[in-house]
Design a protein around this ligand. Structure first.
Ligand code: ATP
Length: 140
């Protein structure tokens, strides 16, 4: 059976995750508060819904605990990101990946039980720096 993913927050980060998972043939539920964002992904994701994931009943009615992997890509609103993550943990979602906005956010996300916390700008900076160094090493 195909793996079922849900992506919460369709900004640049969540949107590109959603698009890439869909291109790889995965089942993806795209979720955002903003109707325009949801419409943008209606033809890309398997399903796209307008929902506020800080509402426990909304998450329940989406059947969120049945997804194999949920990605929380709510950036600016740290409170919503933390609350959403906490409810996913409490619902027993097996894999939860969350985008952190800063070190404090990351610390709280780890503490409440997120399985993987990513910090895209920082992680990408580190990767690129390693890449540059290893390229230079090869060049000499
Ligand atoms: P990026 O840098 O990836 O564009 P960003 O940090 O700008 O991300 P935000 O705009 O803060 O990201 O949030 C990403 C998306 O999350 C937005 O489209 C926003 O509507 C959505 N979002 C915020 N809060 C919620 C929520 N409670 N439920 C669902 N979606 C939400």
């Amino acid at each position: 059976m195909k793996k079922q993913f849900a992506v919460i927050g369709l900004g640049r980060f969540g949107g590109s995750i959603c698009q890439s998972l869909s291109e790889q043939g995965m089942e993806v539920l795209a979720i955002d508060l903003n109707e325009d964002k949801v419409n943008e992904f209606a033809n890309i994701a398997t399903h796209a819904v307008v929902a506020d994931t800080t509402e426990e009943n909304t998450l329940k009615s989406l059947g969120i605990r049945n997804f194999d992997h949920v990605i929380v890509a709510i950036g600016d609103n740290i409170q919503s990101s933390i609350l959403t993550t906490l409810m996913l943990v409490e619902a027993g979602v097996k894999h939860i990946t969350v985008k952190a906005q800063n070190d404090y956010h990351e610390k709280v996300l780890n503490k409440i039980g997120a399985h993987k916390v990513v910090h895209p700008e920082r992680d990408m900076g580190i990767r690129i720096a390693h890449n540059i160094v290893s390229k230079n090493v090869l060049d000499y």
